[in-house]
Write a protein that binds this ligand. Structure first.
Ligand SMILES: Cc1ncc(COP(=O)(O)O)c(C=O)c1O
Length: 401
């Protein structure tokens, strides 16, 4: 009889995946489900990526690739860091992974010992605490406040740091809140880090190109280049380039850490699919017109969706400044009943009722360590978003005491 390893026994299935699975079941039963649960761009991948992948095969590059990544892609990534972030990085500081997720996995496996603490501002993307726990790490949550625009306060981070802290995770623009960090926020966090030289920073910048209201993404290293020996940047092709299925992510960090991560990956997946690397390199070398067009579409949809949510009595919804998620608060509706008679005792119950009764798949905020909220992705077609907002309005209107 199979018994899972102890490190898996207490690990929950991420709610994002559980909700998507239930939505698929309902769809298979013929229900008109609108899925706003996954962080999946609804655009096709750039043509340049398709051409780049084909060129890779035609050139006969179908053997095992080097574990850290193929040189043309590493060079394109280094050029990307210069162009988009103003950072000069060497190829030894880079590695290509099977999605940003594997970069995070590699980093935690390469660095964490039993009991090491990982400070994670909440709300957070579900995978940081889960992956950290797989390697004996202890997630330490730092709750952000809605009135601070979900930006972590430097003093709260300071208070969470102990001698056992190994990492601070920063993810801005943030999934699920869309918060971004301003220069002053980063400067204050950098000051805390200078007082805690044992702490590394994982800066997940995978939504860097998806910022709104004319704001540009700032990297921690832009304001604190002196921290370069302690900062690991995670990024990838999935979000801004609509290339989720290609599974290309990358990491940029201090050489000893990258070497350790390469060792991990060499014992797991080895190098990343050559076709995908050819496609990613070609997409990165293109000008940014395609990425900017998608960004502008997300910004327009943000206005439509958040505008509609703000009109619904009972929900509170701040305007996200980046990424492609709305994160309305549900506190005034907790403890009430849906039209179908379900007790809305928490945001999980709310998301389940919304899926069963209005056929909208979302993710409860508690999955991101911060409820009662709901995360709705606006990376979906305009007509679907409009229909989802209508259904949500009717669902909330049907809620009673
Ligand atoms: C904040 C954040 N980081 C990293 C990832 C990983 O993306 P991928 O593994 O597709 O590169 C995601 C995907 O949802 C994400 O939301």
């Amino acid at each position: 009889m199979f018994k899972p390893a102890e490190r898996l026994a207490t690990l929950p299935t991420p709610a994002t995946i559980a909700m998507a699975a239930r939505a698929r079941e309902l769809k298979a039963q013929g229900k008109p489900v609108i899925s706003l649960a996954l962080g999946q761009p609804d655009f096709p991948s750039p043509n340049a990526a398709l051409e780049g992948a084909v060129a890779e095969v035609r050139a006969g590059h179908t053997g095992y690739p080097p574990i850290p990544g193929q040189k043309p892609l590493l060079e394109a990534i280094a050029a990307k860091f210069k162009r988009d972030n103003g950072l000069d990085v060497s190829l030894e500081q880079l590695m290509v992974c099977n999605g940003g997720k594997q970069a995070i996995f590699n980093a935690f496996m390469a660095s964490l010992n039993e009991g090491d603490e990982v400070v994670v501002p909440a709300p957070y993307w579900v995978s940081y605490p889960l992956i950290a726990r797989m390697f004996g790490g202890v997630p330490v949550e730092v709750p952000c406040r809605e009135e601070d625009g979900f930006r972590p306060q430097a003093e709260a981070i300071r208070a969470a740091i102990t001698p056992r802290t190994r990492w601070l995770v920063l993810n801005f623009p943030n999934n699920p809140t869309g918060a971004i960090l301003e220069r002053a926020d980063l400067e204050a966090i950098a000051a805390v880090l200078r007082d805690a030289p044992h702490v590394m920073v994982m800066s997940d910048e995978i939504y860097e190109h998806l910022t709104f209201d004319g704001k540009a993404h700032l990297s921690l290293l832009n304001v604190a280049p002196d921290l370069a020996e302690r900062v690991l940047i995670i990024n990838g092709m999935s979000k801004a380039y609509a290339m989720t299925g290609w599974r290309v992510g990358f990491a940029c960090g201090p050489v000893p850490l990258i070497k350790a991560m390469i060792k991990v990956q060499g014992n797991a997946t080895s190098g990343i699919c050559t076709l995908a690397q050819g496609g990613a390199a070609a997409a990165l070398r293109e000008d940014m017109a395609g990425v900017q067009a998608m960004r502008a579409t997300y910004e327009r949809r943000r206005g439509v969706v958040v505008g509609a949510l703000q009109q619904i009595t009972g929900l509170s919804c701040a305007m996200p400044q980046g990424a492609f998620y709305a994160y309305p608060g549900l506190s005034t509706l907790m403890g009430m009943h849906s039209a179908g008679g379900r007790l809305l005792k928490d945001d999980v119950a709310f998301a389940e009722a919304l899926l069963e009764e209005a056929h909208i798949a979302t993710v409860p905020g508690s999955a991101f360590g911060y409820g009662p909220h709901l995360r709705l992705s606006f990376a979906a077609a305009d007509a679907e978003l409009a229909e989802a907002c209508e259904r949500l309005k009717d669902f909330v209107a049907g809620i009673k005491g």
